[in-house]
Design a protein around this ligand. Structure first.
Ligand code: CP
Length: 331
């Protein structure tokens, strides 16, 4: 197995960009150089995973806790696999069955986890901003695994990693994100990383699920909003469908599911309007037959399963940078 010094050597960039952050709470605070460092480190992790052993001992002695107040399959499992692939000890906790059910506060919970030796706490919480409160109250690193409707930084980073592997430089590329933008922490975190790369982001959905305040022009990229999916998908390089988040919706935001499917489902006819070879993405979990047609979800253009696999490499990179990478750069 590779040791820290070898891996660190492999993940050094030409300009030796340093990682100083204790926490990863969203993508909006990351500089383009930091995003690049995550991408380069994830590529090194991909290489590690492709080896026969597929593991390194870099995080031996490190304890990673996954603390999930909401359901998850991909984020929780991939962080666990990522941490174990680098030799960390992993403790998985959900709110149900923990002392949270007896009324323990978030602050007391993270302090308790720190007291038992947690170096990193990966947390998902239904309240937007909860990981920020946790980060201010512990010296353990906090990774936001999704907070309310606010942010999901590692999803955006793995989405970016996946896009770059297929599309290359995203400057000037059209990325359409369609669906329930209003409740989507994935869309919010993606806007920042994609605009930093110079992409033209188009957010699309019914007016009731489309906050117009998200429209922006950045130093490089741009973000526009539209309710017309057929126009939006024209010439797109990437089309990302989002899950209809029934659990976060108050009634009445869409006329009916049938109406929603008619206007916003990513189906073959719509995909034909995109650029030939356009990527189909979805952060998961999918409601097949609602926001995405099964033949598109599992078609040749789909990289949805690759997104999940890339999530392991990107999460290995994030865990590495927040712990051993940060210490190595500080030395
Ligand atoms: N994309 C995503 O966050 O999936 P999970 O809810 O399964 O973690």
């Amino acid at each position: 197995m590779l040791e820290l010094s070898e891996l660190h050597q492999e993940t050094r960039t030409e300009e030796a960009v340093a990682w100083h952050r204790k926490d990863l709470l969203d993508t909006d605070c990351l500089s383009p150089a930091e995003i690049e460092l995550v991408m380069e480190t994830a590529a090194a992790m991909d290489e590690v995973r492709s080896r026969p052993v597929g593991k390194v001992a870099t995080l031996r002695g490190c304890t990673v806790v996954t603390l999930f107040y909401e359901q998850s399959t991909r984020t929780r499992a991939s962080f666990e696999v990522a941490a174990k692939a680098m030799g960390a000890d992993v403790v998985n906790m959900t709110a149900s069955g923990s002392s949270v059910e007896k009324g323990e506060s978030l602050i007391d919970t993270v302090r308790t986890l720190e007291a038992i030796g947690a170096d990193v706490v990966v947390m998902r919480h239904g309240r937007s901003g909860a990981p920020y409160l946790a980060a201010r109250n512990t010296s353990a690193s906090i990774v936001n695994g999704g907070d309310g409707t606010h942010a999901h930084p590692t999803q955006a980073l793995l989405d970016l990693y996946t896009m770059r592997r297929h599309v290359g430089d995203l400057a000037g590329k059209k990325v359409v994100i369609v669906g329930d933008i209003l409740h989507s922490r994935v869309a919010r975190s993606n806007i920042w990383t994609l605009m930093a790369q110079g992409a033209e982001v188009v957010l699309c959905g019914p007016a009731t699920l489309l906050p117009r305040t998200l429209a922006a022009t950045g130093e490089r990229g741009s973000c526009t909003v539209t309710t017309n999916f057929d126009d939006a998908v024209e010439g797109a390089d990437v089309v990302m469908a989002l899950r209809m988040q029934k659990e976060r919706q108050q009634g009445g935001l869409i006329a009916s599911i049938r109406d929603y499917i008619r206007g916003y489902q990513l189906n073959s006819a719509r995909l034909d309007r995109a650029r030939p070879g356009a990527l189909v993405m979805h952060p998961g979990p999918m409601n097949e037959g609602i926001e995405i047609a099964p033949e598109v979800a599992h078609g040749l253009a789909s990289v949805i399963e690759e997104q999940v696999s890339n999530g392991v490499s990107v999460r290995m990179a994030v865990l590495y940078l927040l712990t051993a990478g940060r210490r190595a750069h500080a030395a």
